[in-house]
Every structure is written in C-alpha cells, then in structure tokens.
Design a protein around this ligand. Structure first.
Ligand SMILES: Cc1cc2nc3c(=O)[nH]c(=O)nc-3n(C[C@H](O)[C@H](O)[C@H](O)COP(=O)(O)OP(=O)(O)OC[C@H]3O[C@@H](n4cnc5c(N)ncnc54)[C@H](O)[C@@H]3O)c2cc1C
Length: 385
C-alpha cells in the first residue's frame, strides 16, 4: 500500500490504515511531511458550517485533533471562531447550524447578536452586521506540527514514511499490482492512494486515474499593532459559504499581532499551476485585506504589515473533497481536493479513504458523496452562484 503525498490528507490516511492493522503502509513524499499546503495554512479547525455532512466531518476532525493533542502533545489553541452574518437569512441559517451541531454533540456553538459581539470584542465594527455564529472552543493547530507527529506515529506503528522521494511513473501489471518508479527506486503496491495535494492532477495522470483540480493561490498576512488590544480577537470570518465571493478573516496571534487573509470555499480565484512560485503576498492583495479589515475593525489605523506567505488551496471543480476508489482505476484511492479546509477535514478524509482502501463499511452515511466518480477529467469548475 503506497500513499503518494505526506501532507495532512496522506498522513491521516496512512495513520488510519496503520491503526487498523495494515502492515505495509508506505508514504512517499517528494519533499518532507508538511512541506506542501499543510505547512502553509493558518490551521483553523472549526465546525461553523451549515450542511449536516460538512458539520459532521468537521466535528469528527475537531475531536480527532483533541485526542492527538491529549495523547501526543499537538498544540491546539482554542481561540474561538466567529462567522459574521449580514442578513436575517444568515441568522436563520446560523440557528439551524447550531441545532445540527447539537445533534452531533457540539454544545458550545451559539448565535450572537451584533450588540453581543460588540460587547465582547469592542474592536469589531458590527453596525452593518446582524450577528454571528460563534464556536467557543474552536481553534487552530499548526499543520506542520501535526504532519510531524503523524509521520512519527505511522513509523512507530510499523509503517514507513520516505522523504525526498518523488513519484515519477507508474505501471499496472497484469497481476493487478502497481510498480511505482520514484526518485528512490521502484516500489510495488496493491493499492495506491493519491494524496498529492495541489499536484494530485499530475499524479492522477501518472496513474491513469484523472483527478481534475483547480488549485488557488492564497496568502496570509501578519500585522503588528502599535497599541496592543485586549480582549484577544477570536478567528473572525467575514465570509458566508456559497455567497459567491470571498471575504476577509483575521484573528489575534497575541495582543500585539493579528493574522489575516482572504478566504473562499468557491471558485472565485483564478486557477494556478501547482508549481507556481510561492512568494510574499502581493501589494494588491494586501491592500484588499486592509480595505476589508478597515470595514470590520476600529483599530486598523494602528496596523502595520510585518510578514506574509503564500500557499495553495487544492480545490476540486465542485469545491468538495474527492475521496474514494477511482472509477477508471479501482486500485487507486483519491484523498484530495479539500481547498481551504484541508486541515479541519483531514481526519474525516483519512477515515473515508482508509475505509475505501479496505472496502470497509463506511462510518459516515454520506461518504459516497465524496466519491471521485462524480467528476471527469474535463469537469468544468462550478459556476459562481
Ligand atoms: C494560506 C492558507 C491558509 C489555510 N488555512 C486553512 C485553515 O485555516 N484551515 C484548514 O482546514 N485549511 C486551511 N488551508 C488549506 C489546507 O492547508 C489544505 O487544504 C491542506 O493542507 C491540503 O493538504 P494535502 O495533504 O491535500 O496537500 P499538501 O499538504 O500539499 O500535501 C501534498 C504533498 O504531496 C507531495 N507530492 C506532490 N507530488 C508528489 C509526487 N509526485 N511524489 C511524492 N510526493 C508528492 C507534496 O510534496 C506535498 O507535501 C489553508 C491553506 C492556505 C494556503
């Protein structure tokens, strides 16, 4: 069993397989665990979504990271997550989300009015917002740290993680076994998991198992505050899923620093090559982040940009994860396409992918909706609603 890609999705899948007693799990990683998008995220793990399947997958992720935190020392910073709403319809949707979350055992998500938000975090501008959906114990992890811990657990559980090992070619023998050519030699496998992040389309082509992707370039910016402000801000997301646009997010890193960026779960950014040179965030994007933050924060005049970085959202054409056996090559299992939610979705993706490998009974009733057979190589991106 070979997993191509040592990001959060590949490592979660491999770890799930090792925990289920699969003895020959081998992750091949072109660079080092976490060197792809997983080490470039801002690491939010939260459940403030609307569809029951989106919520259940994230509740599973939240609990998974809690246990990695308790048992293996992964740092989880429970800063809280506040999704702002601007219409009565948003608030109704938020109320429904709270009910669905309760059904999955989340008891500390609730809807706050604009006045309650302003009372708790006076730095926030709330006049043009009607309220927000707040997850009190949501928080963030360091994706790179999780990858390091997961790689260690895979190895100590009897699996293998080989670094600086790139998949270059693949042949399916008449005996149904894969022969994979890599920079570190030839390896055999009965099943191959494609967890190559933004490069998954390329790996899919090598395996004759097309995986259409529309990778998006995203950045994150750190901003220092001249006058440190308290209380610390939770992760504030001024974007509502399926709104047809992107929105700004920010959170306190400490009293004197914020981390901010632009987020969307939709196809509103132009696709890029996975090999795009990652740099600091460009001036235009920083300008847009600052403009949107100025609408949301009283303290924006105090801000100065102190750093930034870019990474890739590995976005599928319909903006949903692609997980399961490939219709053209059933011995290829996809674990890809999580866009800007891959950290929080990785535990659920790892579970669904491992179940696909083992042809085990699915834990989630809806896991079939993530299956790759809904997409073909030329599936166009979903139009913006
Ligand atoms: C700025 C930013 C902020 C984000 N914030 C969040 C957030 O707050 N919460 C959240 O949930 N998500 C967030 N994300 C999204 C998240 O980072 C991704 O969805 C997730 O990391 C994808 O994981 P992956 O394992 O699919 O990909 P990757 O981490 O990219 O892993 C794929 C790996 O495959 C390897 N690989 C590629 N080709 C080959 C090959 N031929 N052979 C061997 N190995 C190969 C690569 O080297 C790479 O390490 C953010 C992303 C960015 C860029």
């Amino acid at each position: 069993m070979i997993v191509v890609g040592g990001g959060v999705l590949g490592l979660s899948t491999a770890l799930e397989l090792v925990r289920r007693g699969v003895g020959d799990v081998h992750v091949i990683e072109r660079s080092h665990p976490g060197e792809g998008s997983s080490g470039r995220s801002v690491g939010m793990v939260e459940t403030q979504y609307f569809r029951a399947d989106d919520i259940e997958a994230r509740v599973y992720g939240r609990r998974y990271y809690d246990s990695v935190s308790a048992e293996h020392g992964l740092q989880f910073s429970a800063c809280g997550y506040l999704r702002l709403g601007s219409s009565r319809t948003d608030l109704e949707t938020f109320e429904k989300s709270v009910d669905v979350q309760r059904g999955f055992g989340v008891t500390d998500a609730y809807v706050l009015s604009a006045d309650e938000i302003a009372g708790r975090w006076p730095q926030l501008v709330t006049d043009d917002r009607v309220g927000g959906l707040f997850g009190a114990s949501d928080g963030h992890i360091d994706g790179y740290e999780f990858c390091t811990i997961a790689a260690r657990l895979i190895t100590s559980g009897g699996g293998r993680v080989s670094v600086n090992n790139e998949l270059l070619g693949a042949t399916l023998g008449s005996d149904g076994r894969w022969s994979l050519d890599t920079t570190r030699g030839r390896f055999e496998a009965d099943v191959v998991v494609n967890a190559a992040g933004a490069w998954a389309a390329r790996v899919g082509d090598l395996l004759g198992a097309p995986a259409p992707l529309h990778p998006q370039l995203h950045g994150a910016v750190t901003m220092d505050l001249r006058n440190p402000v308290e209380p610390l801000l939770p992760f504030v997301m001024d974007y509502v899923p399926d709104s047809g646009t992107d929105g700004v997010y920010f959170r306190s890193e400490r009293a004197g620093q914020l981390i901010a960026g632009l987020h969307t779960d939709e196809g509103v950014h132009e696709p890029v090559s996975p090999d795009v040179k990652l740099r600091r965030v460009g001036d235009d994007e920083i300008e847009r982040v600052l403009t949107l933050m100025a609408e949301r924060l009283h303290v924006v005049d105090d801000l100065s940009v102190s750093g930034s970085w870019q990474g890739i959202y590995p976005m599928s054409p319909d903006h949903r994860p692609v997980v399961g056996r490939h219709p053209d090559q059933p011995t290829v299992v996809c674990a890809l396409g999580t866009g800007g939610s891959g950290i929080q979705l990785a535990p659920a993706v790892g579970l669904v992918a491992a179940e696909a490998v083992l042809e085990a009974r699915p834990t989630f009733a809806w896991s079939r909706t993530w299956a790759p057979d809904r997409l073909t190589a030329d599936t166009p991106p979903r139009p913006i609603s």
